[in-house]
Write a protein that binds this ligand. Structure first.
Ligand code: LLP
Length: 428
């Protein structure tokens, strides 16, 4: 069990063929390091697993996981589409070169200006509520305007309560029982509904709830197809595919998972005579999660009532441990094979007690000056980073075959202060 690490001839952690300690020297810390081939391999693995069983597949990379333009560009090259949740993500996707028709905008609590922006951008709109449907009808000419609906199938799953998006407590989508009615409403308004969508949650390693959601969504789609004039061009099961964060967790058996999902999908297509729509999935974490490391320098080893290892990153750079209690594996990049000698706390530099990357984590002997690499920092790490405590956000570098490029420069104090104005009356 455990994670496979690349270790170079110097005995240091290697990321995409580059020595982590040299990257830290060159670019400073904290630093996000993205392994390009890992992103590509992850994408290809999902794509080929599913197309083995059903050829008409479109992946929409959920870019909320990581909106770095270089990452988006890589996925554009791979043939992905984009799941966008905001005008900013639509803007980024178009800048990265995605065809607007391969961008699906799934907003929630969307305001009219945002609907207008999405419509003007030419992206596809996945409607989340009856309110949004009616407002969209005022904003665009519904004739020939293709839409889809996000449906809450009353099934939810996820690694944390905050990340479960199906079920009666969830704000997302239209209710299962109103599905037929909302499609009828859309038709009456003149829209052309062509798709159905769900996303039940994030960080799913157990296939069962996902399979249940697929079955339920297909039954809902069948109901819609049989009771309305809707002809489905696509059926989208959302994202949520989990990755192992702890050494004990098991990877999803992707081939088995894909076979089962497609099996259910095809059975239901036949049962309801839905034809051959495009099958869509929206993986975010699975594509980028394990492709990045967050490098941080140990600057303090402190024996207080407990022993703390203090580093120069904090929850401003990786919020997941503080926000969800998430485990992120830590290796010492300059001695990744050193034996674990004690269980200690790894703390960040944010001025809050909750700013901990790990509590009681078995780690090797750590000294000031060591470099730690926090694993699985590719998804929901930089994209959830902040400037809290007036700390500029770190740089991101992309590595491939040992070569590195800065794909986001380290911010400066000026960036932190950018857009602030002091009223003249306070300058006297
Ligand atoms: N599609 C939709 C409509 C979504 O809302 C999401 C994630 C995804 C796809 C992608 O889910 P993924 O494949 O990455 O699990 N900040 C949390 C995760 C929040 C996910 C929100 N929606 C975390 O750090 O775990």
């Amino acid at each position: 069990m455990g994670f496979d690490l690349d270790i170079n001839e110097k005995g240091n952690l290697s990321i995409g063929g580059a020595d982590a300690t040299e990257l830290a020297e060159e670019y400073g810390t904290p630093l996000y390091v993205i392994d390009e081939m890992r992103v590509r391999d992850n994408y290809r693995r999902v794509y080929s697993a599913f197309t083995k069983y059903y050829s008409d597949l479109q992946l929409f990379y959920a870019c909320k996981a990581n909106t770095n333009l270089a990452v988006m560009r890589i996925l554009q090259e791979e043939g992905s589409g984009i799941d966008a949740v905001s005008p900013g993500e639509i803007y980024t996707a178009l800048l990265a070169g995605f065809d607007p028709q391969k961008v699906l905008f799934t907003g929630n609590n969307v305001k009219n200006e945002e609907l207008q922006f999405a419509a003007d951008s030419g992206v596809r709109i996945n409607v989340d509520s009856v309110s949004q449907l009616h407002r969209l009808a005022q904003i665009v000419d519904p004739a020939d305007f293709k839409i889809s609906f996000r449906v809450n199938p009353m099934v939810g799953a996820g690694h944390h309560e905050h990340c479960i998006t199906g079920g009666e407590m969830s704000k997302f989508g239209v209710m299962e029982k109103e599905a037929v009615d909302v499609y009828k409403m859309a038709l009456e308004l003149g829209f052309e509904p062509v798709g159905i969508h769900t996303h039940i949650g994030s960080g799913i390693l157990d296939p069962e709830p996902f399979k249940l959601a697929v079955q339920t969504l297909m039954d809902i789609a069948g109901d819609v197809a049989q009771n309305t004039e809707v002809d489905f061009e696509f059926i989208d099961f959302g994202g949520g595919l989990g990755i192992p964060y702890t050494p004990e967790e098991h990877e999803l058996d992707l081939d088995k998972f894909a076979g089962e999902i497609v099996g259910l999908f095809k059975d239901k297509l036949g049962q309801y005579g839905i034809g051959k729509p495009t099958m869509c999935l929206e993986p975010g974490r699975y594509i980028v999660g394990d492709a990045s490391y967050l490098l941080a320098r140990v600057n303090t080893v402190k024996q207080s009532y407990r022993k703390f290892v203090g580093v120069d990153a904090g929850f401003n750079t990786l919020l997941r441990p503080s926000m969800y209690g998430s485990y992120h594996h830590i290796v010492v990049a300059n001695k990744p094979q050193a034996p674990e000698v004690e269980a200690i706390d790894v703390a960040g530099n944010v001025c809050e007690s909750g700013d901990l990357f790990a509590r009681d984590r078995p780690l090797p002997e750590i000294e000031e000056g060591d470099l730690i690499a926090i694993m699985n920092a590719g998804a929901y790490a930089f994209s959830m980073a902040s400037q809290y405590n007036s700390r500029p956000r770190p740089a991101e570098v992309l590595v491939k075959e040992g070569e590195s490029d800065v794909v986001r420069e380290r911010e400066t104090f000026a960036d932190v202060l950018n857009k602030q104005n002091v009223p003249v009356r306070l300058l006297k």
